[in-house]
Ligand binder design. Structure first.
Ligand SMILES: Cc1ncc(C[n+]2csc(CCOP(=O)(O)OP(=O)(O)O)c2C)c(N)n1
Ligand SMILES: [Mg+2]
Length: 647
């Protein structure tokens, strides 16, 4: 008989997770940096008891537990922290998240969707109600009248790349092994969910000791098939105006140097998605910057003329393609390098299913001796020069702009400029929703491959503060600047308390503009007159939200949560605040820079579009006129259905 060890399901889970490693290119790190959680009756005596046992044993030995526990404030937020960490670590390391039954677990659903959509690994352990059902319905149990085995945790199924519910201890080993496989598979990864009913967590079992052997999960770099590289090279050689679109896959593969070598050898310019920004650093000759709805005019002009578009590690989201209007040339063809077949098959492209670094190295070799024509290089340089000059002006607006600002207000672009110029090149700027991601995409000058972190797959308001903690935990040698609007702030400021507790230094730049500037502008463009997007008092006469701005003090709010708060009323004060934040001790906890901006000054225009449908029928002249515009723009939409490969 093989040797066994008697542990509860929860104890076995925690012991197992603390002994998993990920390896790529011969470098090994723990797969899980720790466990974030919030306890309730669903996990306090199961996973909670197991974590306590491990922490006490480690503490007795004078070391940190294999799976250190961090108490969070909100379950959605703790998934954001885990995702921020995983993104910064190029998906090689993440966190476990434990939540209690019912609302604790369902609070993680938004985080699960965000992780899966962004292809970022996170292990979720929602708790389930009693598997035995002897005391059903327990507090917070769903009780579905149409099925006995449905729980709220079934809502994780469509959001998870792997889902399992462990209703018997014997099922645990296979569930754990499958979970590790999916988390460490670059093509499959995303949210992985193991639902653990509260009684099963506490159930003891005799486990084979080898379940707890240290395991190393190899993170693969799939190599491209020679025939696919040849097909891609043939299409590229036929091009006169080729363009690379670099996505997040370039970063996750660590393919930045391979991309630079490819661009330098071929002369093909590089445009970047939100996740791919920083694939080439600012100042590289082949960089055209952001592409699509929030792109630069340089990238969007080249995109409109491109005959071959080479997507690398991109999921071709609508912001990247400007809702399929960016690549406007008739007969434009696509080459898709992607580790996931699902993404490689998009836009009817020539699919190269492979790791980005491996594929780029092979493609550079296959194109050896071939370059674009000199006039194309010149055109890139001219277009980029024009755009970069616009960024200079946006960073440091002329008096014709600043004189028109209300007293003490700054432009959002100048706030971006100040943070860019006063932060270290290795610092990380972070954002997720509002008008700021688009402005950062256009304007931020990336000086380090890990310097730009914008979550724009799910664009989730409230990601910023918790994710900044994840990034700082992932790399305490960099300062993190979380750029957050007043709307995003109000969604989820509470994780600042976690930063205080763990002495995590993050710098939050809180941009107050009294409402949803982004959606307000969108609404106006669609003929909906900014309805319901300003934070204003309801007017007693009109019964509409058009009274004074709200008497709400977000700086005081941040102070009350334990942050060091600096309030800024001028460009000089902003400079002083960022300098002070830089000098803040590395274990000093969170700093919040509160700055008020004038939303009427926009960042330079992208000359692009985004498809948001407008009412086809309306009593409002504004809506009718917006609909006429909409119909016009729709004409520019392409199907991209023509096969990319010539047979
Ligand atoms: C959780 C969530 N709810 C709603 C939205 C839709 N949305 C996108 S931006 C935005 C407003 C953001 O306001 P704020 O953070 O103040 O930024 P601003 O637009 O003023 O720059 C809203 C409501 C979202 N992205 N995420
Ligand atoms: Mg706002």
């Amino acid at each position: 008989m093989s040797e066994t060890v008697r542990l509860t399901v929860a104890q076995a889970t925690i012991r197992f997770l603390g002994r998993q490693w990920a390896e790529r290119d011969g470098e090994r790190q723990r797969l899980f940096a720790g466990c974030l959680g919030i306890f309730g009756h669903g996990n306090v005596a199961g996973i909670g008891q197991a974590l306590l046992q491990e922490e006490l044993a480690a503490s007795d030995e004078g070391r940190v537990a294999d799976l250190p526990y961090v108490l969070a404030r909100n379950e959605q937020a703790m998934v954001h922290t885990a995702v921020g960490y995983a993104k910064h670590k190029d998906r090689l390391q993440t966190w476990v998240c434990t939540a209690s039954v019912g609302p604790g677990s369902t609070n993680m659903l938004t985080g699960a969707a965000l992780a899966t959509i962004n292809r970022l690994p996170v292990l979720l352990l929602p708790s389930g109600t009693f598997a035995t059902r002897v005391s059903a319905p327990v507090l917070q149990e769903l009780e579905a009248p149409y099925a006995g085995d449905v729980t709220v945790n079934d809502a994780f199924r469509p959001l998870s790349r792997f889902f399992d519910e462990v209703v018997r201890p014997e099922q645990l080993p296979s569930a754990l092994l499958s979970a590790m496989r999916v988390l460490t598979d670059p093509a499959e990864t995303g949210a992985v969910t193991l639902s653990l009913p509260q009684d099963v967590q506490a159930e003891a079992f005799d486990w084979p000791v080898e379940l707890f052997d240290e395991r190393v999960w190899h993170v693969a770099r799939p190599v491209p098939e020679a025939s696919r590289i040849a097909a891609a090279a043939e299409v590229i050689r036929s091009a006169r105006r080729p363009l690379v679109v670099a996505g997040g896959g370039v970063h996750y593969s660590g393919a930045e140097d391979a991309l630079a070598a490819f661009a330098e050898a071929t002369g093909i310019p590089v445009a970047e998605t939100q996740a791919g920004k920083g694939s080439l650093l600012h100042g590289h000759d082949r960089l055209l910057g952001a592409i699509g709805s929030t792109g630069t005019t340089a990238a969007n002009t080249v995109a409109a003329e491109a005959d071959v578009v080479i997507g690398i590690g991109t999921r071709w989201g609508d912001f990247t393609t400007a809702s399929r209007t960016a690549f406007a040339r008739d007969g434009v063809r696509f080459v898709n390098i992607n580790v996931a077949g699902f993404d490689a098959g998009k836009q009817s492209g020539v699919g190269v299913v492979a790791d980005a670094r491996e594929a780029l190295t092979a493609l550079t070799q296959a194109l050896s001796g071939w370059t674009v024509a000199p006039d194309y290089l010149q055109r890139q340089a001219t277009l980029w020069g024009e755009w970069d000059a616009q960024v200079d002006t946006a960073y440091d607006p002329p008096s014709s702009v600043t004189d028109a600002l209300a007293d003490g207000l700054l432009t959002q672009a100048s706030v971006i400029g100040a943070v860019n110029e006063l932060s270290d090149p290795r610092d990380v700027v972070l954002c997720a929703a509002g008008s700021m991601p688009g402005d950062l995409h256009k304007l931020w000058r990336v000086r380090d491959r890990k310097g730009y972190h914008v979550e724009y797959g799910y664009s989730c308001m409230g990601y910023e503060v918790p994710a900044s903690i994840g990034i700082r935990l992932a790399d305490p040698t960099r300062d993190v600047f979380a750029m957050v609007g007043d709307g995003g702030w109000l969604m989820m400021p509470t994780e600042l308390v976690t930063a205080v507790q763990e002495r995590v230094k993050v710098v939050v730049v809180l941009v107050q503009n009294h409402g949803f500037h982004s959606i307000g502008s969108l609404s106006e463009g669609l003929g909906s007159q900014r309805f319901g997007t300003a934070y204003r008092m309801r007017d007693a006469q009109s019964h509409r939200l058009e009274g004074d701005v709200l008497p709400v003090d977000l700086a005081a709010n941040a102070r009350s949560l334990g942050a060091h708060v600096i309030e800024v009323h001028s460009r000089d004060e902003l400079t002083a605040a960022i300098t002070e934040a830089k000098a803040w001790p590395s274990d000093g906890g969170p700093v919040v820079v509160h700055v008020e901006t004038d939303p009427r000054v926009f960042a330079p225009d992208s000359a692009s579009w985004w498809d948001v449908p407008v009412a086809q029928e309306s009593t409002l002249a504004s809506t009718r006129s917006a609909h006429a515009d909409y119909v016009e723009h729709k004409r520019g939409q392409r199907s991209h259905l023509a096969p990319g490969e010539v047979s």
